[in-house]
Design a protein around this ligand. Structure first.
Ligand SMILES: Cc1ncc(COP(=O)(O)O)c(C=O)c1O
Length: 367
């Protein structure tokens, strides 16, 4: 048996029909699927504006570029995330301040956000990452951001459909981004989406991803590049967005089965009762002395297991000059203990129980 850590669920017949349509209409770049994806997406998340991009990373670049920041301004970002949450801001000349994470949720520590804002008045933005598909404590962070007058960029790359007090993530910040990389809740191959309720931010981001122009004329009022999504990629997204609730429900069912069967052996993911986790990644925690052996054991059994993320951002060589030799005690411990196991809507009962039984066997329990 070989079980992938993630795998999209795609209606092939529908996708092929869309491809035929693109071929007949010659709509490879702009086209109706791009419009449809943006429209369905903003309806689903519950925002006024949506902008499809070439990746989650380019959506993050556009998000930073659309705010009123100047080079040298600082932003807070959790140290436990994919590098793009921080590198996108650094690329545009902003300075990252790395924050530690909560030991239970693995998301940014709210008390640290406040402390850092209190210490440094050059901080102008916070990147709030909803890691693995679980919302960060965004309600509290919004209050703090208002108090200090700083922007919030929500990084929802892993959290499409996740909810905080029955409200979808991506609706709390000034601007939010999503990723459609193949390991995400839905995929367009490569792709991303920026959403906002602010017209000015939307128009700036739209120009940024299209050479600094408002339309397809050759009048360029600001500096931009090409970070557009193609109609071809969007077609793949349109096929899946219709199935979004089903896809998320399937992930939640698998997580529930994992939780019930593994909770006495490992630390399973937490889901506070006012949050809805979408389990884009299912991450367990074990003793650091056991972690790498468990990963090798699972891989030998044909079960893909990975570490998201083995090196915190403040310890990455590329960010050395921003780390200020600071220790972040929770993230430094947790990155040695986490491992993620397969979860995706195409998994069947047999595969789910094969993963569970393999972990049980590793810990010496026969099922
Ligand atoms: C938290 C987070 N932010 C940003 C990104 C960047 O998205 P993409 O890979 O689509 O550029 C990812 C995706 O890997 C991610 O997991």
């Amino acid at each position: 048996m070989r079980i992938r850590i993630s795998q999209p669920l795609i209606n092939k017949d529908e996708f092929l029909e869309y491809l035929n349509n693109i071929l007949s209409n010659n709509e490879f770049s702009y086209g109706k699927y791009l419009e449809l994806l943006e429209m369905e997406f903003k309806k689903y998340v519950g925002v006024r504006y949506s902008l499809a991009t070439s990746s989650g990373t380019s959506a993050l670049l556009a998000a930073f570029a659309s705010l009123d920041l100047k080079p040298g301004d600082k932003f807070i970002v959790p140290s436990f995330t994919f590098i793009a949450s921080a590198s996108s801001g650094v690329f545009l000349g902003y300075i990252p301040i790395f924050a530690d994470i909560d030991e239970e949720t693995y998301n940014i520590r709210v008390d640290e956000v406040k402390e850092k804002l209190e210490e440094d008045d050059k901080i102008r933005a916070i990147v709030v990452v909803h890691l693995y598909g679980l919302p960060a404590d965004i309600g509290k962070i919004v209050k703090i951001a208002k108090e200090y007058g700083v922007y919030i960029i929500e990084d929802c790359a892993q959290a499409l459909g996740a909810e905080y007090h029955n409200r979808k993530v991506g609706t709390f910040g000034d601007v939010a981004i999503f990723s459609f990389y193949p390991t995400k809740i839905i995929t367009t191959g490569e792709g991303g989406m920026l959403v906002t309720n602010n017209e000015d931010i939307y128009l700036k981001a739209k120009a940024f991803i299209n050479h600094g122009r408002a339309d397809n004329s050759y009048l360029h009022k600001s500096l931009g590049l090409n970070f557009r999504m193609s109609n071809l990629n969007a077609a793949l997204g349109v096929v899946q967005i219709k199935e979004l609730d089903k896809i998320i429900e399937k992930r939640r069912i698998i997580a529930r089965i994992y939780n019930e069967n593994l909770k006495d052996l490992v630390i399973v993911p937490k889901e506070p009762n006012y949050m809805r986790h979408v389990y884009n990644i299912y991450t367990i925690r074990v003793k650091s002395t056991v972690r790498d052996r468990l990963i090798s054991y699972l891989i030998n059994k044909g079960i893909e297991a990975k570490i998201y993320y083995p090196i915190p951002l403040h310890m990455q060589p590329v960010f050395k000059k921003y780390s200020y030799n600071k220790r972040l005690k929770y993230v430094e411990k947790i990155c040695k203990e986490v491992l993620s196991i397969p979860i995706h809507p195409a998994m069947n009962e047999e595969e789910i129980h094969y993963v569970i039984d393999s972990i049980k066997k590793f810990f010496g329990y026969e099922s």
